[in-house]
Ligand binder design. Structure first.
Ligand code: PLP
Length: 436
C-alpha cells in the first residue's frame, strides 16, 4: 500500500467525516512549493485548486508573507485583540476600507473564517435595520454554521438532519445563464434572465411570502463558487441594487472565494460596478498561513453597544500582518491575472467546441468552471464524467476540484507563470481525452 493510502486509512479512523472524496482525490500533501504540491509518496502535482482559493499566493505562501510572519513572531502573535488594542489590526482595517468598493466611511470586524465573517454580516444587518428576514440565492454557499447554513443553498446534504437552521431566509434563483428554471439562454438573452430573477423576488417573495420592509439583507456571491463557478449577466447586480435600495434592504457581498484578485479585479463585484453595504472576505486573506475572516461594512451600520458582538481571535496581530501583505501582493498581481485570463478563455473555449461532453465553460481572471453533460441538447449533468476527469487529471499530476453538480473549477494560484498555466491546461486536455 502507498504511504498515501495508509494516511487516508488513519485519517478515516481518527478524523471527522467532512468533504474528502478518497476515491476521486486521494491526495495526501506533505509539502508545497510555489504552484506545486508534493505528496507523501513524493509525487509532484501542479495545483489548479489553490486549496479552494486560499493559497492564491502559492505554497507555503508568498516569500514576502513568510518574511513578514517571521518578523512579527519576534514581536507579537496574539494579545486579546477584542479587549486590548493593537496597531496591526487597525492598519489592516484601514487597508481593507481603502481597497473595498464604496466611497463612504466603513468599519471592519475580524474573525477566523468565511462563515464567521458572514455570521457577523447577519448580525450587523439585523441589528442595524431592525428587520429579521434575508434573501439568498439557490446555488449559493455562505458557510455551514447555523446562521450561514440557512443562507447556503448549493447542496441539500449540507443541511441534512439540521432543521431548524436560522429561520427567515427566502431563496431566489440565481441568474445562471446556462441553467435556470425558465430555460432562458442567458448568454443570448442576459437582460431577460435578469428581469425574471427580479420579478421572482418582487412578485413571489415580496408579494406572496413576506413584505419587503421585513427584509434586512440580500446575500450573494458575485460569482457562485461552490455552486459551479457561475458568472451572472453583467447587468444583474446593478438591477438588484436598485431593487434593494427601493426597499431599504442591505446588499451583502460574499467575496470569501472570489475576492482578493481571483477574478482579475480585487473583488468580484467590481466587474458589476456595484458597491455593497457589507462585504465579507476570508480564505486567501490568510496567505495560506493564518486563518482570518473580515466583514467590511458601512460605518453607520455598526453595533451601538459594546458586547453585542465579539470573539477571541479577532484582531490577532499575526493574522493582521499577513492580511496587510496579502492585500498588497494581490493588488500587484491583478495585471498578471488579467493577462492569463485570455489563455484560459481561448483554450477552454476550444475545449468546449471539441468535446461533446463539455456543456459549458465560464469564468473571469483565474476563476474558471467547466460543466460536464451527457448530451449538449438536454444538458443532463454527467457526474461520473466529472469525477473521472478529476481522477484522470490527478493521475497525470494535475490537482483540480469539483463544484456544482457536474462541474470542475480551474483556479490556480494567482502567482502561476504562463508556462505553468499552459502545462496545467495541457494536462486538463489529456484528462478530458482519457475520459470523454
Ligand atoms: C463564498 C463562500 N462563503 C463562505 C464560505 C465559508 O468559509 P469557511 O469555510 O472559511 O467558513 C465559503 C467556503 O467555501 C465560500 O466559498
Amino acid at each position: 500500500m502507498s504511504r498515501a493510502r495508509e494516511w487516508i486509512e488513519l485519517h478515516r479512523r481518527y478524523l471527522a467525516t467532512t468533504t474528502h472524496d478518497p476515491e476521486n482525490l486521494p491526495l495526501v500533501v506533505e509539502r508545497g512549493e510555489g504552484v506545486w504540491l508534493f505528496d507523501v509518496d513524493n509525487n509532484r502535482y501542479l495545483d489548479f485548486s489553490s486549496s479552494i482559493s486560499v493559497n492564491n499566493l502559492g505554497y507555503p505562501s508568498h516569500p514576502e508573507v513568510i518574511k513578514a510572519v517571521v518578523e512579527q513572531l519576534g514581536r507579537l502573535g496574539h494579545a486579546a485583540g477584542t479587549d486590548f488594542y493593537n496597531p496591526y489590526q487597525v492598519q489592516l482595517a484601514m487597508k481593507l476600507v481603502e481597497e473595498t468598493p464604496g466611497d463612504f466611511p466603513k468599519k471592519v470586524f475580524f474573525g477566523n473564517s468565511g462563515t464567521e465573517a458572514n455570521e457577523a454580516a447577519l448580525k450587523i444587518a439585523k441589528t442595524s435595520t431592525g428587520r429579521p428576514l434575508f434573501i439568498s440565492f439557490i446555488g449559493g454557499f455562505h458557510g455551514r454554521t447555523h446562521g450561514t447554513l440557512a443562507l447556503t443553498a448549493s447542496k441539500s446534504v449540507q443541511k441534512k438532519r439540521q432543521f431548524p437552521w436560522m429561520p427567515g431566509v427566502f431563496y431566489a434563483p440565481y441568474p445562471n445563464p446556462y441553467r435556470n428554471p425558465w430555460k432562458i439562454d442567458g448568454y443570448e438573452h442576459p437582460d431577460e434572465l435578469v428581469q425574471r430573477v427580479l420579478e421572482f423576488i418582487e412578485e413571489y417573495i415580496f408579494d406572496k411570502l413576506a413584505p419587503p420592509e421585513d427584509f434586512a439583507g440580500i446575500f450573494f456571491e458575485p460569482i457562485q463558487g461552490e455552486g459551479g463557478y457561475v458568472v451572472p449577466p453583467r447587468g444583474f447586480f446593478r438591477e438588484l441594487e436598485k431593487l434593494a435600495r427601493r426597499h431599504g434592504i442591505l446588499l451583502v457581498d460574499d467575496e470569501v472565494q472570489m475576492g482578493l484578485g481571483r477574478t482579475g479585479r480585487m473583488w468580484g463585484i467590481e466587474h458589476f460596478e456595484v458597491a455593497p453595504d457589507i462585504l465579507t472576505t476570508a480564505k486567501a486573506l490568510s496567505g495560506g498561513l493564518v486563518p482570518i475572516g473580515a466583514t467590511v461594512y458601512r460605518a453607520e451600520l455598526d453595533f451601538k453597544e459594546a458586547g453585542m458582538h465579539s470573539n477571541t481571535f479577532g484582531g490577532n496581530a499575526l493574522a493582521s500582518i499577513v492580511g496587510i501583505k496579502v492585500l498588497e501582493i494581490a493588488k500587484s498581481l491583478l495585471p498578471h491575472v488579467r493577462e492569463l485570463e485570455g489563455l484560459f478563455r481561448d483554450e477552454l473555449g476550444r475545449i468546449k467546441e471539441e468535446f461533446s461532453g463539455v456543456g459549458d465553460v465560464r469564468g473571469l481572471g483565474l476563476a474558471w468552471g467547466v460543466e460536464f453533460v451527457s448530451d449538449k441538447n438536454t444538458k443532463k449533468p454527467d457526474v461520473e464524467a466529472r469525477n473521472r476527469v478529476i481522477r484522470e487529471a490527478l493521475k497525470r499530476g494535475l490537482v483540480i476540484l469539483g463544484c456544482g453538480k457536474s462541474s470542475v473549477r480551474l483556479i490556480p494560484p494567482l502567482t502561476i507563470s504562463e508556462e505553468e498555466a499552459k502545462i496545467g491546461l495541457g494536462l486538463f486536455r489529456e484528462a478530458l481525452k482519457a475520459t470523454l
